[in-house]
Design a protein around this ligand. Structure first.
Ligand code: UGA
Length: 450
């Protein structure tokens, strides 16, 4: 098969979450014909109606442009999506199971569907795994599933690559358009060359591209997320030490540490701990993967332990201000796990709220995007529709997500509305000097006044 002469201009994306849709709108914005395949009819309808099925800055506008120009459409049939394209990216979710190991059922079903579609297709097809999967998954799970269903042979009849992505929620499109690096894991040389050509053409050769084996590529993703999570837990551990020393401020300490180019300042912000659908899940999956393969991972264990403790620590700071918490109102600013998303998965806000509610405090939250929590265990958590309504009558305010809207608040905003103006700044967004001067101000990583 003359795979190398096939232009990879028609792309199918299997899975329409953050990764899938960002990839879809970015390719289609540069006039690649893209079919986004989702089994969720409502999502397919939303995409075809130029509406993003979830909140992500810039996604609505990008969808509008791509769907209107007819370079992107959504399909509920994976078979159709595969048969009408030259390359398929698997971007389905890989959640964790209750024991922390990775749940591959969506990856398996996507691979089987692609296999069934390939059985009926004559032309060579390239399959690229973009979902975050533990090392060995593409070779040991994806490849046999496609081969079984298609009766074809990987490397001869179809191509296979692993191509992890590093985008962040909240800046998914920007990150997809301007990545720092491209990782291409190849099953065989032809597959790797085809994906390299496609990516080089899309990025006009401007992004460093590393080619390697499938398993190394899969591991790059876990190793990257584990390192970033480690930096955050390190900053949080330093913050806890700093809090015990009068006059010490972890923000200043990390600014000093981060100037060392060997360390760099990113991901050294101490706070309420890391949340979201990636770091907690991926660090747990890597730890369990290591254990299953007989490797020790004491560092990953410690990263998770520090992270769990950090949300409890913030709740403790709040409780220490309240005296008897029963019936006292706590204003909680920020529910999303980070700004510019409506995602509540593993959000520190919910862990902190759980502790405060258990201590019988009344918790009232405000978030610019998350307006209600549809979880039965949080029935007691009230949501306000403005910062002001959230602060009125509160005995303590805790800042959990660093939304821009909160950064503009001044001590007067708290003094005016709260029953007792006490602020716990868990994201270090306020100036300690200014706030300490006007009200009771406590913050993660901030020692007492000397
Ligand atoms: C993360 C990685 O940053 C991406 O590179 C990766 O592609 C993605 O996971 C993924 O695996 O798909 P994301 O979870 O969207 O992206 O968000 P981050 O900006 O990394 O933040 C994760 C959590 O860490 C948030 O709760 C954030 O508040 C927290 N964080 C981040 C800190 O507490 N301190 C910091 O200095 C940075």
């Amino acid at each position: 098969m003359l795979a190398h002469v096939i232009p990879m201009k028609r792309i199918s994306i299997i899975g329409t979450g953050y990764v899938g849709l960002s990839t879809a709108v970015c390719f289609s914005s540069r006039e690649y014909h893209v079919i986004a395949a989702t089994k969720n009819e409502e999502n397919a309808r939303a995409i075809n109606a130029q509406r993003a099925p979830f909140y992500e800055p810039g996604l609505d506008a990008a969808l509008k442009h791509s769907v209107r120009s007819k370079f992107l459409r959504a399909e509920t049939s994976r078979a159709k999506a595969v048969s009408e394209t030259d390359v398929s990216f698997i971007t389905v979710a890989t959640p964790d199971q209750p024991d922390g190991t990775i749940d591959l059922r969506y990856v398996i079903s996507a691979s089987e569907d692609i296999g069934r579609a390939l059985q009926k297709k004559d032309a060579y097809h390239l399959v690229v795994v973009k979902s975050t999967v533990t090392p060995g998954t593409t070779r040991e799970v994806v490849k046999p599933a496609i081969e079984r269903e298609s009766q074809l042979v990987a490397g001869r009849d179809f191509g296979l690559c692993a191509n992890p992505e590093f985008l962040r929620q909240g800046s998914a499109i920007e990150d997809t358009l301007h990545p720092d690096r491209l990782i291409v894991g190849e099953f065989d040389e032809t597959s790797g060359a085809l994906l390299e050509d496609l990516l080089d053409e899309f990025y006009e050769g401007s992004v460093p591209l590393l080619k390697m084996g499938l398993e190394s590529a899969e591991m790059v993703k876990y190793a990257s997320n584990a390192f970033l999570a480690t930096k955050i837990s390190y900053a949080n551990e330093m913050a806890n030490v700093c809090e015990t020393v009068p006059g010490v401020d972890v923000s200043q300490v990390m600014a000093g540490v981060g100037l060392d180019p060997r360390i760099n300042p990113q991901f050294l912000n101490a706070g309420a701990g890391f949340g979201g659908s990636c770091f907690p899940k991926d660090v747990k999956a890597l730890r369990n993967f290591a254990k299953r393969h007989g490797a020790q991972a004491p560092l990953l264990n410690a990263v998770l332990t520090v992270n769990e403790a950090q949300a409890r620590h913030v709740a403790q700071l709040v409780l220490s201000c309240l005296g008897e918490p029963e019936g006292k109102k706590v204003a909680l600013l920020g529910l999303a796990f980070k700004p510019n998303t409506d995602d509540l998965r593993e959000a520190p806000s919910l862990k902190i709220a759980t502790q405060l509610l258990a201590a019988r405090a009344c918790v009232c939250a405000y978030d610019p995007v998350v307006k209600k929590i549809a979880l039965s265990e949080f029935e007691a958590l009230k949501c306000s529709d403005s910062v002001q309504a959230c602060l009125v009558g509160a005995h303590c305010c805790v800042v959990v997500t660093e939304w821009e809207e909160f950064k503009a608040l001044t001590p007067d905003d708290f003094i005016k509305h709260m029953a007792e103006p006490i602020v716990v700044d868990a994201r270090r967004i306020f100036d300690p000097q200014e706030f300490r001067h006007r009200l009771r101000y406590m913050a993660v990583g901030l020692g007492d006044v000397r």
